[in-house]
Design a protein around this ligand. Structure first.
Ligand SMILES: [Zn+2]
Length: 190
């Protein structure tokens, strides 16, 4: 079956390599694009290329941006003394949607020395006074928070983390907005 349809199966494999897409869905999507909707296919291909070419990480905070510096970092109306630390840039979308936070963000995926130094600079430059950890509770994440707190111990910083409503071990993207909004409102001191 695959013989003579190599290009089709290349497309199926490409879809299947994406998260949440299994073999059946990959086959269905590839078939749909090739046989029923080539216009959408071309549009998607173009959007992907465009996005990959133009979207990068903000050099300050690590969030997604089409420019060197992201909109949040450039926005003067935001409270620069507050920073919300997230482990993934995609968590910023969810927190922004909850409209419960008006400070800056900082993305730190791994506790590597370079990333930690960048965070220290960010905190120093913005004269940060409040750090909110928007990190879901789990043993390794608690250690993550403790590590960062220790690195920032020489600054006069009030540390909080998002509270109830965020279940243990669940990624932020799977938390509904209302629960997240409540969790930010009822953040706890640590
Ligand atoms: Zn930024």
């Amino acid at each position: 079956m695959k013989k003579g349809l190599e290009k089709f199966y290349d497309l199926v494999d490409a879809f299947e390599s994406l998260p949440t897409i299994g073999k059946k869905s990959a086959l269905r999507l590839a078939y749909h694009i090739v046989m029923n909707d080539s216009y959408s296919g071309i549009k998607i291909a173009h959007s992907i290329e465009n996005a990959l070419r133009n979207i990068k990480k903000c050099i300050n905070c690590g969030s997604m941006s089409e420019h060197e510096i992201c909109e949040v970092c450039l926005d003067d109306s935001r409270d620069k003394t507050k920073v919300c630390i997230v482990q993934s840039a995609k968590d910023i979308f969810i927190i922004e949607e909850s409209k419960q936070f008006d400070g800056l963000y900082f993305v730190i995926e791994e506790l590597e020395p370079e990333a930690v130094d960048k965070m220290l600079n960010f905190v120093k430059e913005n004269e940060v006074e409040d750090v909110l950890f928007a990190i879901t509770p789990s043993l390794s994440n608690d250690a993550f928070i403790l590590f960062i707190e220790d690195k920032l111990k020489d600054f006069k910083i009030n540390f909080t983390k998002i509270a109830q409503g965020v279940p243990t071990g669940v990624s932020l993207e799977n938390v509904d907005i209302l629960s997240l909004a409540k969790a930010i409102q009822s953040k706890v001191n640590i």
